[in-house]
Structure formats: structure tokens, C-alpha cells
Write a protein that binds this ligand. Structure first.
Ligand code: SAM
Length: 223
């Protein structure tokens, strides 16, 4: 059995009862960084658990090794460093192969940064498009320009190293829609959580004054 287990995106209190129970009873946790997951298990009082790191496609040997355990009937839990496995994180390759092999799969739902950001953004969220991380080079310009015609709320992730550049590029590409609202969600569920509401017209100024520390989600109103 493969249990896909979401873990907190910052606040340990967001771990679910089912997640704790599953992490306790599984024989192995397949995770991204064994130090991060080892630390989570320690905080939950779960000791002596086998951890196997798994980073995705590149890892064919590791994937076969993990599938071998599942086929043997072992109960494995899949986690990543934070949030929901497979959402801009490893997981897809393993879940896909496990499905092909008819291995029983259960999902233990929990936090994801994009849902948390949408939920608190104050923008309409009945329909939205999630883009993960924007492409750094190929297709980036075309994508930014396509936002001019996007009729759904847009949500995507950005790293601390690129946040200012991306906000400035958005301000440029969408300059013809100055009142379009943007919400920058920073450090969700953590001590310095903030939702910064701005619009295209003021985005360059917001990008300058923004605290460039921590993790970010950008939510953009539909065109
Ligand atoms: N699997 C995760 C999920 O379900 O949200 C996403 C993993 S992705 C590698 C990491 C990115 O998610 C960060 O660069 C940031 O954009 C976003 N993120 C994760 N935790 C966050 C938090 N607490 N506050 C804001 N953004 C966060």
C-alpha cells in the first residue's frame, strides 16, 4: 500500500491525525530530503523509521527499488519537504508507476501553499489556474503576455531569488491593465505570514519594498 501524505507548509499544528497515524504505522517513509522528514518525525515523536529519499524521474534505480517494496506488500508513506506530494514536488512518477502496477493507493490530504494563498487572497477563486513555478526562459514571455487574456484567477509559486524580477516583469507585461489586483502571500502559516494586496499599477513599488525573505505565492486577478 502506498499512502500519499501531505505535511505542513510551515506550522507543525497543520499535520492531520490521519497523517500522524499513517507515518506511525508505515514501514518506510519515501521522502524528498531525509533530514527534513527525519526532523518532522522527531517532532511528532516517531522514532526509528526507515527513510528513503526519492527525487523523481531521474531516479529509475530508486524507483524500481521502492516499487519492489510495494509489490512485496510493504506499507510505504510518500511525503515531500512540505505540503502535498506531486504539487511542484516529486511524487508523480512514483504514484503513476504504482497505479500501473495496481498497488493500492490512499491519499491523506492536507496543506498546499497555493490553496492556502488562494483561500486568504480575497480574490474570486471559484475558477483558477495553478501554474507551479513559471518557466525561467523558454515560453516565459509568451506566458506572461497570455495573462492579458486569462479569464480565471492565476496562482503560482516564486522563489525568494526571483520574486522581485518576476513582479517587475508582470508589471511590464500587464501595464495596459493597471487596476488588475495582485496578492503576494508570504510565509504562509508561519510567524511572519503576510498577504500583500496591490495592483499592476503599484506592483513595481510593492516589489521594491517587499521583504525579500521566506517563501512566496503570487495570486493574480482574472483579466
Ligand atoms: N508541495 C508544496 C505544496 O503543496 O505547496 C510546494 C513545494 S514547492 C517546491 C515550494 C514552493 O511552494 C515555494 O518556493 C513557495 O513558492 C511555495 N511555498 C511553500 N510553502 C510556503 C509557505 N509557507 N508560504 C508561501 N509559499 C510557500
Amino acid at each position: 500500500m502506498l499512502s500519499i501524505v501531505s505535511t505542513p507548509i510551515g506550522n507543525l499544528g497543520d499535520i492531520t491525525l490521519r497523517a500522524i497515524e499513517t507515518l506511525k504505522k508505515c514501514s518506510t517513509v519515501v521522502c524528498e530530503d531525509t533530514r527534513v522528514t527525519g526532523n518532522l518525525l522527531k517532532q511528532l515523536g516517531i522514532e526509528k523509521k526507515e527513510l528513503q529519499s526519492f527525487h523523481g524521474y531521474s531516479d529509475e534505480g530508486k524507483l524500481s527499488f521502492i516499487l519492489g517494496k510495494l509489490k512485496r506488500g510493504d506499507h510505504l508513506a510518500l511525503t515531500t519537504d512540505a505540503g502535498t506530494p506531486g504539487i511542484s514536488d516529486p511524487g508523480f512518477a512514483l504514484v503513476s508507476r504504482a497505479r500501473e502496477e495496481n498497488i493500492p493507493i490512499e491519499v491523506i490530504p492536507g496543506p498546499s501553499a497555493f490553496l492556502t494563498a488562494l483561500s486568504g487572497s480575497g480574490l474570486p477563486i471559484n475558477q483558477f489556474v495553478y501554474l507551479g513555478f513559471l518557466p525561467i526562459k523558454k515560453g516565459r514571455k509568451i506566458l506572461l503576455e497570455s495573462f492579458l487574456r486569462e479569464e480565471r484567477t492565476v496562482v503560482f509559486y516564486e522563489s525568494v531569488h526571483r520574486i522581485e524580477k518576476t513582479l517587475n516583469e508582470l508589471a511590464q507585461s500587464l501595464a495596459s491593465q493597471p487596476h488588475r489586483r495582485i496578492v503576494i502571500a508570504r510565509e504562509l502559516t508561519k510567524m511572519h505570514e503576510e498577504f500583500i494586496a496591490t495592483d499592476i499599477e503599484n506592483l513595481t513599488a510593492t516589489a521594491q519594498t517587499l521583504m525579500k525573505k521566506g517563501e512566496f505565492v503570487i495570486v493574480m486577478e482574472a483579466a
